[in-house]
Design a protein around this ligand. Structure first.
Ligand SMILES: Cc1ncc(COP(=O)(O)O)c(C=O)c1O
Length: 331
């Protein structure tokens, strides 16, 4: 299980804590629920993307980049994290966001502008069909202007970003050993697949018995089984990771996308309010809120049982709450 990690820069406050959700575990009367607080990787540099960016930006710097280009939704946590990290490291950032100029400058978008990111807005159609080409065109134009751009794909979910979560398994394993806790599952939200891919690679590399389960918040199970397999195999090949991965190792529980990506139903909002009121756990509406909602529902349907232990990765996203304040305001 020895593995030589690629170069990494320090951005996240690690290790993030593991906490037991005592009240919630009692109330749900099912498995014991623990949470890995990756929402606490930093302040504006918070959430799961930071672990990926530690490896991705190290690569960018090694290649002499001085400007990071990336993409996402208008409230992308990943785009915000990239912009904050770039500025902190003395680089520039250019974000290609799915949305319209004139949208309220709130939540993540506010932070993007605060740290000096440049933003290019594109339509949902262009985003769906040619966002990678648009980032390439932008890179060509910026090169002509004398910059050294580096393109980070959506969610930093490539074979390099995934290494961040492979390393997180090492961190989690040490923490669990310290408190003599044996868990059965690690559960996470799946948005672009890199977190799940890294967790799975880590589970294999460090030979852990627990299973990795993802709840997708967009697209569907077929899409993510293919994508997570693809990212994982690219990582295995590029870094020579000594693990065997089969397609069926990728376990996605589908059915909780609800109204669609970044859209919320009232029952999801009510659930997030209850979790905040009852346990002091603040989830985000786009990722962790939906995944945790799905987990609760699957527990009530018997998929996870009393006596089992689940570690939910809180992947962050708190700034996404603020543009949705109206949904949460009615008492
Ligand atoms: C807060 C949050 N949680 C979870 C995810 C999903 O992670 P991944 O994109 O690695 O699947 C994302 C990003 O997509 C995110 O911003």
């Amino acid at each position: 299980m020895s593995f030589k990690y690629p170069p990494r820069i320090h951005l996240a406050n690690l290790p993030t804590p593991i906490e037991k959700l005592e009240k919630l575990s009692q109330n749900w009367d099912g498995p014991e629920i623990y949470v890995k607080r990756d929402d606490l990787t930093g302040m504006a540099l918070s959430g799961n993307k930071i672990r990926k960016l530690e490896f991705v930006i190290a690569d960018a710097r090694e290649r002499g980049a001085d400007l990071l280009i990336t993409c996402g939704g208008i409230q992308s946590n990943h785009a915000r994290a990239t912009a904050v990290a770039a500025t902190k490291l003395g680089m520039k950032s250019y974000l290609v966001l799915r949305g319209q100029e004139g949208t309220d400058i709130d939540g993540n978008l506010l932070l993007d502008f605060l740290v000096g990111a440049k933003v290019k807005y594109i339509t949902p159609e262009d985003y769906a069909t040619r966002v990678d080409d648009i980032m390439e065109e932008l890179a060509i134009q910026l090169k002509k202007e004398g910059h050294h751009p580096y393109i980070i794909p959506e969610g930093a979910s490539n074979e390099l970003g995934a290494i961040g979560y492979m390393a997180a398994i090492n961190e989690i394993s040490r923490q669990l050993d310290d408190i003599e806790l044996v868990i059965d599952y690690i559960v996470c939200a799946v948005g672009s697949g890199g977190t799940h891919s890294g967790l799975l690679l880590g589970q294999k590399l460090y030979q852990k018995k627990f299973k990795i389960i993802g709840f997708n918040v967009c697209d569907d199970e077929v899409y993510f089984v293919e994508k997570i397999n693809r990212i994982s195999h690219q990582a295995i090949r590029r870094f020579g990771i000594d693990v065997e991965l089969k397609e069926q190792d990728v376990q996605i529980i589908d059915g909780y996308v609800g109204e669609g990506y970044a859209l919320n139903r009232q029952d999801e909002i009510d659930f997030m309010k209850q979790t905040a009121h009852g346990q002091g756990l603040i989830l985000d509406p786009v990722y962790t809120g939906k995944a945790f909602f799905g987990l609760k529902d699957q527990i009530s349907k018997g998929r996870f049982k009393k006596g089992e232990k689940i570690l939910f990765i809180h992947t962050g996203g708190i700034f996404g709450l603020f543009p949705k304040r109206k949904l949460f305001c009615n008492p």
